[in-house]
Design a protein around this ligand. Structure first.
Ligand SMILES: [Mn+2]
Length: 325
């Protein structure tokens, strides 16, 4: 019998799995198989082989993008546990399929797992929520812990860096492969001990600061009250910083929608859209109109926007958010 953990390589995916592994650890537990990748590498179940008696736990990747994988594993006799917050349609019902999907905009996979575990690993849920830029939800979840302001800021910082580490064109762009980062975090009961004593934290913090400094020199190509567009170059730092930079812009101008368009070497763009925090809606609908687009109401993206559709996207983005004011 194999246990296979399949998770998004960002803060939310990592913190969701940390909670489950810590809460469900049993003495003599056999090593698990970890399947993960950069944040945009989401069709993860296509890579999984499992059969009767195997348990596959899936965290923070869209069901719609993994439906075929789920069906194949269920048909093969595996048990599949699915925790996620991306919009899902026509979810299969099967005796071997345990589903925890909630697309509410103020929730992330780490908080869904927290609910499932009745808060038994709350600190990691808080870090995951901060990492997904759900500051209010993170603060609400942290409330019963009575943490100091400084500690909460450290947890938010850790979430931000874990999220930052997931953005890259390939795992080679990242400071740490997400599976390695997960293993580095696993021994720590309290996220603040990792912050205080692990060299990996300093590496992420220094890399983050360097990349953000570069991003802050970018000039928006569209700069309106309702929306702004930034184009990022085809360089590792730009790929790494794109997600956290989008979150930073969104938090700084809560009434404004933001689109980041990162150039690829073939001339296409990787697009990240953040709906205004004050009206977290429409990002998924907008991105779904383009090939390889999708996501959540508040945050969505397009994996590969052809250069020939760039102007059409910018127009659609402006139309979508001008109307929302
Ligand atoms: Mn997430």
């Amino acid at each position: 019998m194999a246990k296979i953990d399949v998770f998004n390589g960002d803060a939310d995916g990592i913190c969701a799995l940390l909670q489950l592994r810590k809460a469900e650890a049993t003495p003599g537990d056999e090593p698990r198989v970890l399947v993960t990748g950069v944040k945009r590498d989401i069709a993860l179940l296509a890579r999984v082989e499992a059969g009767a008696g195997d348990i596959v736990t899936v965290l923070d990747v869209s069901y719609d993008k993994n439906r075929d994988g789920v069906n194949r594993l269920l048909d093969g006799g595996a048990t599949v546990r699915y925790f996620d917050h991306h919009r899902a349609t026509d979810v299969a019902s099967h005796a071997g399929f345990e589903v925890h999907i909630d697309p509410a905009p103020d929730i992330c996979t780490s908080l869904i797992v927290d609910r499932y575990l009745n808060g038994r690993q709350r600190s990691w849920a808080v870090v995951g929520a901060f990492g997904d830029n759900l500051e209010k939800s993170a603060m609400r979840a942290a409330e019963p812990q009575g943490r100091s302001r400084a500690d909460l800021e450290s947890m938010a910082e850790l979430g931000r860096y874990l999220n930052y580490n997931a953005y890259g064109r390939t795992v080679e762009d990242l400071y740490f492969a997400p599976a390695k980062l997960f293993e580095a975090l696993l021994p720590y009961d309290d996220p603040l001990d990792f912050v205080r004593s692990d060299a990996a934290f300093a590496t992420l913090r220094d890399g983050y600061r360097e990349d953000i400094t570069k991003a802050q020199t970018l000039v928006p190509t569209v700069n309106e009250d309702a929306c702004a567009v930034f184009v990022l170059p085809d360089e590792p730092w730009a790929a790494r910083v794109s997600g956290v930079f989008a979150n930073m812009l969104a938090s700084a101008s809560k009434e404004r929608a933001h689109a980041l368009m990162t150039l690829r070497d073939d001339g296409a763009y990787v697009v990240s859209v953040r709906a205004p925090i004050a009206h977290p809606d429409g990002a998924d609908t907008l991105c779904s109109r383009f090939p390889t687009g999708g996501g959540r109401k508040s945050a969505a993206g397009i994996n590969e926007l052809p250069a020939s559709m760039a102007d059409e996207f910018v127009e659609a983005f402006r139309d979508a958010y001008r109307g929302s004011r």
